[in-house]
Design a protein around this ligand. Structure first.
Ligand code: PLP
Length: 389
């Protein structure tokens, strides 16, 4: 039972037995509308036939070989993903944190190649990049770091949306070689970076020969209405990391690179036993195909709008300070703390998340239909009304 697990999660008292589309069913047969999709993982919802078929077919043939050999599905996925991303090559790991570890190592090696002995990476306040030692050091949240010192050094913290502060860092820190940031901070409370700021970051990176590295672990794979969030912002990074929605639940992460960054990692520099194995790559290929075939980027944009409109046309709107985010990555900031809404939602058959104390976070499957999007929004509106009456 639970006691045999390290108590690293405060779990809700529910166990799911199966799912279909945007619905999950618990072990008592009760149905829940999934507004969080495994924290932006199940973009295609639950039990999508294309995903199930890919897993079945691949499992029938070959699950794992080794990166000692060529892997057909890995090469196919790399080709599909880099061409979607406007990148040149990629490395596969098993999670978002590992994708970021690859990017951090790439940036450091890039720095050493330029004669910088202690290369630094600029990261933002409120950032979340993972739970490994390097990625928690890059994370801008003391709660996640506390107790795990000494942290990995070489990260320089900058405020969000402040191009001048970044110029200042450039002037004062000759050892900086890269910037790592989330286009929309997810765990930090659904906080988007402004398009102007991101353009300035791109310019500064060009002037300084820094690598612009985007963490699209949460924002990628259609979530914000374009395949990657930067594609909706007319921006091209040097390095992109992604995970979560790429595998729809099978563990996969990727670090993509172009230009100077694409030539940095060579034989012996990095590795992962499972990374990019036939099973996960066959699955991710099916995910990418389905996102295109079912036009899920466009659906994310349209359904995000339906959710916003439904909320703003409800009397609950007077308790909403603002709705942040893009596509189906939405943060509904209230005028008060609302952590209790998670269990209230569960009782109402609605799976939601609360971040930053006062923000309801919605990350529903990208396959959500219009009536389901309305149900989700009006369910959330009811929760808000009941909390704030
Ligand atoms: N980066 C971002 C932006 C994330 O949202 C997350 C997970 O929430 C991670 C990295 C870490 O990913 P993982 O939990 O797969 O290691």
């Amino acid at each position: 039972g639970m006691a045999s697990l390290m108590q690293t999660y405060a779990r809700l008292p529910v166990t799911f037995s199966h799912g279909e589309g945007v619905y999950l069913y618990d072990t008592d047969g009760r149905r829940y509308l999934d507004g969080i999709a495994g924290i932006a993982v199940n973009g295609l919802g639950h039990a999508h036939p294309a995903v199930t078929a890919a897993i079945r077919e691949q499992a029938d043939k070959l699950v794992h070989t080794s990166n000692l050999y060529r892997i057909e599905k890995q090469e196919q996925l790399a080709e599909a993903l880099t061409s979607l991303a406007g990148m040149e090559n990629c490395f596969f790991g098993n999670s978002g944190a590992e994708a970021n570890e690859a990017a951090i190592k790439l940036a450091r090696l890039y720095g050493h190649g330029r004669g910088v002995g202690k290369p630094g990476i600029v990261v933002l306040e409120g950032a979340f990049h993972g739970r490994t030692l390097a990625t928690l050091s890059a994370t801008g949240n003391r709660k996640i770091q506390a107790g795990f010192e000494p942290l990995v050094s070489g990260f320089i913290r900058a405020p969000r949306n402040d191009a001048q502060a970044l110029q200042q860092i450039a002037a004062n820190n000759p050892d900086v070689v890269a910037v790592l940031l989330e286009p929309i901070q997810g765990e930090g409370g659904v906080k988007p970076l402004s398009a102007e700021y991101l353009q300035s970051v791109r310019q500064i990176c060009d002037q300084q020969s820094w690598l612009l590295m985007l963490d699209e672990v949460q924002t990628g794979n259609g979530r914000t209405g374009s395949y990657f969030a930067y594609q909706g912002l007319n921006l091209l990074p040097d390095v992109v990391t992604t995970a979560k929605g790429l595998g729809n639940g099978v563990p996969i992460g990727a670090c993509l690179a172009r230009g100077a960054a694409a030539g940095v990692l060579g034989a012996g520099h990095h590795g992962s036993t499972y990374g990019g194995n036939p099973l996960v790559c066959a699955t991710a290929l099916a995910v990418i195909d389905t996102i295109r075939n079912e036009d899920l980027c466009a659906n994310a944009l349209a359904m995000g709008q339906v959710i916003r409109d439904t909320l703003l046309n409800d009397s609950a709107a007077r308790h909403i300070r603002e709705i942040r985010g893009s596509g189906l990555m939405l943060g509904i900031a209230l005028e008060r703390e609302c952590g209790d809404l998670v269990s209230a939602g569960l009782e109402a058959g609605l799976l939601i998340n609360v971040t930053a104390g006062d923000t309801i976070r919605l990350l529903p499957p990208l396959v959500i239909a219009e009536d389901e999007a309305r149900d989700l929004a009006s369910g959330v509106a009811t929760l808000i009304r009941d909390l704030c009456h």
